[in-house]
Ligand binder design. Structure first.
Ligand code: BTN
Length: 252
């Protein structure tokens, strides 16, 4: 069932022309991909049954406990604004999520390269960016909001553990998130990198890198490349750009 712009999402409806709320959906990302929506359309559900994560993993959530959100991110704009390469998009989404949480008074949350929203206690959310049939990036964000019993996975943390929830807390978050994405979208390359670095926990840390097809190794994350790759110095002094590896923070 599709209901557009329920009162519950009135703040979100002020910043997006298309808000689709699904009572139940396999994956909001898949739904957005299949429907080829206009830029900054929003698809939301409190009951996502087959949420997908990075590396073909599942994003697990119980009905009503996590927000599943997908936003269409314009790949290029008619007014000649800079185009954003695909590898920057999860990073822009991460920084937008962290800044939106900070606007709700939630401090101590940061982005972990490339797609996690974390705090000291664990993982609050995750991002999966995909592309729809007409080449529009779809930003998928899963945000743990409140657990009634057990955590879906041991490292999961919910918004309710960080802040008292009010009826409009999540709607306010989504509206901020949209505004932050629009702001991030128009940044030029240098500002974009600085913007992402401000909320990114990974740069300046020792990390363990696990490539999709190779052995894990440890190194020091020195910065971000022009395309958003994580630049990691290995033990031999080589600076190796990481684009699709899994990265773990060492020595918390
Ligand atoms: C990860 O942690 O690996 C990313 C998880 C992304 C989950 C979100 S929930 C909304 C959107 N729909 C999906 O199927 N996945 C993303």
């Amino acid at each position: 069932m599709t209901i557009s712009a329920l009162p519950e999402w009135s703040l979100t409806a002020r910043v997006s022309n298309s808000v689709t709320v699904l009572d139940e959906v396999a994956s909001t990302n898949t739904w957005a991909i299949e429907h080829q929506l206009e830029p900054y359309s929003v698809v939301l559900s409190w009951n996502q049954t087959h949420g997908r994560g990075r590396w073909n993993r599942s994003w697990i959530s119980q009905p009503g406990e996590a927000l599943a959100l997908s936003v269409v991110f314009p790949p290029s704009l008619p007014d000649g604004q800079v185009s954003v390469s695909a590898s920057w998009i999860p990073l822009l989404a991460g920084t937008s999520a962290v800044r939106s949480l900070a606007k709700l008074g939630i401090e101590g949350v940061a982005a972990k390269w490339p797609n996690d929203i974390v705090c000291e206690a664990g993982k609050l959310g995750g991002i999966l960016t995909e592309v729809d049939g007409v080449g529009q990036p779809i930003i998928g964000l899963g945000l743990n909001v409140q657990f009634s019993k057990d955590r879906p996975v041991p490292q999961a943390v919910s918004l309710a553990e960080l802040r008292e929830l009010e009826p409009d807390t999540v709607d306010t978050f989504v509206a901020h998130f949209l505004e932050e994405l629009k702001f991030a979208r128009q940044l030029q390359a240098q500002e974009r990198s600085r913007h992402v670095r401000e909320t990114l926990l990974t740069v300046g840390r020792f990390v363990r890198v696990s490539p999709s097809n190779g052995e894990s190794w440890n190194g020091f994350a020195e910065g971000l490349g022009e395309d958003g790759a994580l630049l990691v110095r290995d033990d031999h002094g080589s600076l190796l750009p990481q684009r699709a590896s899994e990265v773990e923070h060492l020595y918390q």
